[in-house]
Design a protein around this ligand. Structure first.
Ligand code: SF4
Ligand code: SF4
Length: 204
């Protein structure tokens, strides 16, 4: 396989949409709201460290509120992700899904100096990794880099939130920090928004 292809075919087992916690960035949330009109307070939840083991306790995306730590995640119920169509078992916001959903189940390979070497299937995620297809991973690198770039902005937003000390502060208040700019974002051309581009953190 070349640098831009991997032997892989998704068999829609739904593991990544039912058993994996999806952590969207604020820009993923803005894109979903803009494209679907969904209310972020209905499709987001804020999870505590006992609900997720894979994120280090010192990860800069932890929100701090009333002595507790939270991560922003796509809401789930007993059937999986809020956006998983329960009848078709397909993603109902496929074109607008979060960057990490787009990167799953691939893992980035880079040289020590950061030169892109391609993607492989991540062996530490639950995907069955069927190899009966050829997947074009070329565009994923741009998505990965984009996600990486926006992480710094995300961390700054979290710092602003964590410095707030007002009475009655709730993790849901974090949404207000970035969603209030949505009217402006709605008027931006697609090229100026983080692109809608499959790992919930698998591509690290
Ligand atoms: S947003 Fe779509 S692709 Fe991502 S976990 Fe939810 S249903 Fe799956
Ligand atoms: S876990 Fe793998 S095979 Fe199953 S739906 Fe996700 S990407 Fe497709």
């Amino acid at each position: 396989m070349g640098k831009d292809t991997v032997h892989f075919k998704c068999h829609h087992c739904n593991h990544c949409c039912t058993d994996v916690v999806c952590l969207p960035t604020p820009w993923d949330v803005i894109r979903i709201v803009r494209d679907t009109g969904a209310d972020p307070r209905e499709f987001l939840e804020f999870i505590t460290p006992d609900e997720i083991e894979e994120v280090a306790t010192n990860d800069p995306t932890w929100l701090r509120c009333s002595g507790q730590k939270y991560l922003m995640a796509l809401r789930r119920d007993e059937n999986g992700c809020h956006f998983l169509n329960k009848a078709t078992r397909y993603c109902s916001i496929y074109e607008s899904r979060p960057l990490l959903c787009r990167l799953y189940p691939f893992k980035l390979l880079e040289s020590r100096t950061g030169v892109f070497k391609g993607f492989v299937l991540h062996d530490k995620v639950g995907c069955p990794r069927h190899r009966d297809g050829v997947y074009q991973t070329g565009p994923l690198y741009q998505i990965y880099r984009e996600d990486d770039t926006h992480q710094d902005d995300y961390h700054q937003l979290v710092q602003v939130f964590n410095r707030q000390r007002h009475l009655g502060k709730k993790p849901e208040d974090f949404i207000s920090l970035f969603i209030e700019g949505l009217p402006m974002a709605k008027t931006l051309p697609e090229s100026e928004l983080p692109s809608a581009p499959e790992a919930k953190r698998a591509a690290g």
